[in-house]
Ligand binder design. Structure first.
Ligand SMILES: *Cc1c(COP(=O)(O)O)cnc(C)c1O
Length: 251
């Protein structure tokens, strides 16, 4: 069951008790849907990881999901994320994923504070992330964002340029290339959802056949994650279905 939190969102305090109380139930429902989709695809449900996208929500919301067993969180905006990462830095086991558009002037703080970046789409960004990743930390896990057809915005490497970027990143000492990511244009049509995800999976399989060892296909959001799992997603990035409609629509 999906509970829309927007109706009970209190604009003054930012949160109500009811908002927080819905999170464990929403998480359980999303986990059950992930499992069902994996089984439908004859896949091991444990092969699909859940990333909770917490952009737009305060640290308290993240803590509530964490207490319900959620470890991986995705953030899109560095300025919004850093105070939350700071507030939660003593919670063991939290894994932070940067999933937003990444400008060159933001790479240092991302390299210093996050465990993963899903949106690497050019050499300059990759090189800066590797150079700026502190040597005291393990290499930064990265996915390459691929632009499939007429995706909104201008981010993502074109499929024709993917092989060269993979080669480049593989040579960077402080990055560990984990896989590919995409954000297809939203559509309610499952067949259309699946064809975009299938394209990314084919690119992923081709790279692995060439000898790369990619283990992550970051694809699927609240509106299309089941289609993504049917096409091989190993990491779904879900915000709304866990936390409700974000308080600020533009996030
Ligand atoms: C916001 C966002 C999500 C989560 O979207 P929902 O529809 O709220 O699940 C996933 N991935 C990226 C890159 C996002 O920006």
């Amino acid at each position: 069951m999906f509970i829309d939190l927007s109706a009970i969102h209190d604009t003054h305090t930012g949160m109500t008790r009811a908002t927080l109380e819905a999170i464990p139930q929403n998480l359980a429902s999303v986990r059950a849907r992930i499992k069902a989709a994996a089984l439908q695809a004859n896949r091991n449900p444990a092969s699909v990881r859940l990333l909770a996208v917490s952009k737009g929500w305060p640290a308290e919301v993240i803590t509530t999901a964490y207490e319900a067993g959620q470890m991986g969180f995705g953030e899109n905006y560095l300025q919004e994320a850093l105070p939350k990462l700071g507030a939660l830095k003593h919670q063991p086991g939290l894994i932070w994923h940067f999933i937003g558009a990444l400008q060159a002037n933001k790479t240092r703080q991302v390299a210093e504070h996050f465990d993963w970046v899903h949106t690497v789409d050019r050499e300059r960004i990759a090189q800066r992330l590797s150079d700026q990743r502190p040597v005291t930390l393990p290499p930064l896990n990265v996915c390459i964002e691929v632009r499939l057809g007429d995706e909104p915005g201008k981010s993502g490497v074109m499929p024709e340029a993917l092989a060269a970027l993979v080669q480049y990143i593989t040579g960077l000492p402080q990055l560990r290339l984990r896989g590919l990511m995409c954000i297809p244009p939203p559509t309610a049509e499952v067949a259309a959802q699946r064809s975009g995800f299938r394209r990314l999976r084919e690119l992923f399989d081709a790279l692995n056949h060439q000898g790369h060892r990619l283990d992550t296909l970051s694809m699927g959001m609240s509106g299309d994650f089941e289609a993504a799992i049917l096409e091989g997603s190993t990491m779904v990035r879900i915000g709304t279905a866990i936390f409700g409609t974000r308080p600020h629509k533009d996030l």
